[in-house]
Ligand binder design. Structure first.
Ligand code: FE
Length: 335
């Protein structure tokens, strides 16, 4: 009798707690406040526990390299295709075979070798001072090299990956010589030395130190939320033409399964879920980014900035041409 009772208890425990065994470990360059709400929902819906550590993308990739096959990490989550490409190139990721991800993530926003997939889209666009510039004076990134903009341009430092990725994409579009002459034109038009971040560059535009700059839209969103009266507006460049090169330069935050994942199936399921209708708004909206999944609409505050055509060159070029872009920027005197 006692034995039967014990067996029943064990059977019940096994029925109630099967999910305890499953866990996915994430190394994330996106901060806790952006990812934890999502992971909490995933755990609630699936029973799968998610452990994560957050840090800079450089240190996280170094850690993955150092840990090798001993790494506890199943997923690497980071921003910028340049960084995702670096992780793939360093052999830190493994390919995923996923019809779900193929369907949810447009082809130009994922690795052609399927080692990483974009999960949110960030648009790098023009922001101008509305008291000094009429939108009709603006057209594209390239035109900011024109002498008409002398002393009117502000830029973020060339040391950050964002403008390195932008220049890498411009090399793909125009070839190295033309890209270099555009960057030289930008440098000749600078009102002042490059800024440490996108927000400082926009503040300089608002303070009339310069007229126009290049930023990711979510920084514009954050700054305007804090100070809605700033005389700043977004302009969507390169909207004319139907080639894949036409369109606003976009980049992604995204994820891949680590080469030495202990739970690669669980890791892939989590990434698939992050690309789903259910998760996409939370993943993108918390940082005022755009969903990568075209079936999901952006948040109302983001949609209010207007719709735009994206450049369709594969964002992996931001990585494969990054070293070339850095050298080009150095030659052009862009610090
Ligand atoms: Fe950023």
């Amino acid at each position: 009798m006692k034995l039967i009772r014990l067996m029943t208890t064990l059977a019940l425990a096994a029925a109630v707690l099967p999910a305890l065994a499953e866990e996915v470990v994430v190394y994330s360059a996106r901060n806790e406040q952006l990812i934890k709400p999502l992971f909490d929902i995933y755990t609630r819906d699936t029973g799968v526990q998610i452990k994560f550590i957050t840090g800079g993308e450089g240190p996280l990739m170094e850690r993955l390299k150092a840990e090798g096959s001993n790494t506890p990490a199943d997923v690497l989550l980071t921003v910028d295709a340049g960084n995702l490409w670096q992780a793939s190139n360093a052999g830190l990721l493994r390919p995923m075979s996923s019809a779900t991800l193929q369907a949810n993530v447009p082809a130009h926003l994922r690795d052609p070798g399927n080692e990483w997939f974009g999960l949110s889209v960030r648009a790098r666009t023009l922001v101008y001072n509305t008291t000094k510039v009429k939108p009709g004076e603006l057209s594209n990134y390239e035109a900011l090299a024109d002498p008409a903009w002398k002393g009117r341009l502000c830029l973020r430092t060339a040391k950050k990956v964002y403008n390195q990725s932008l220049v890498a994409m411009m090399i793909t579009e125009h070839g190295e010589a033309r890209a270099e002459s555009i960057v030289k034109g930008w440098v000749a038009n600078l009102a002042t030395a490059p800024f440490a971040d996108d927000t400082k560059a926009m503040e300089a535009v608002a303070n009339r130190q310069c007229d126009v700059t290049l930023v990711n839209t979510y920084y514009y969103g954050r700054l305007m939320a804090k100070n809605p009266t700033l005389p700043l507006a977004i302009f969507w460049p390169n909207q004319i033409g139907t080639t894949r090169e036409a369109g606003v330069h976009v980049n992604v935050s995204g994820a891949g399964v680590t080469r030495h994942a202990k739970n690669p199936a669980g890791a892939q399921k989590l990434i698939e879920w992050l690309s789903s209708d259910k998760a996409q708004n939370l993943f993108a909206d918390n940082n005022q980014e755009y969903p990568v999944n075209p079936k999901v609409a952006p948040a109302a505050d983001v949609a209010a900035w207007g719709s735009f055509k994206q450049n369709l060159i594969n964002v992996k070029e931001a990585g494969s041409l990054q070293a070339q872009a850095v050298k080009l920027m150095d030659r052009a005197g862009y610090k």
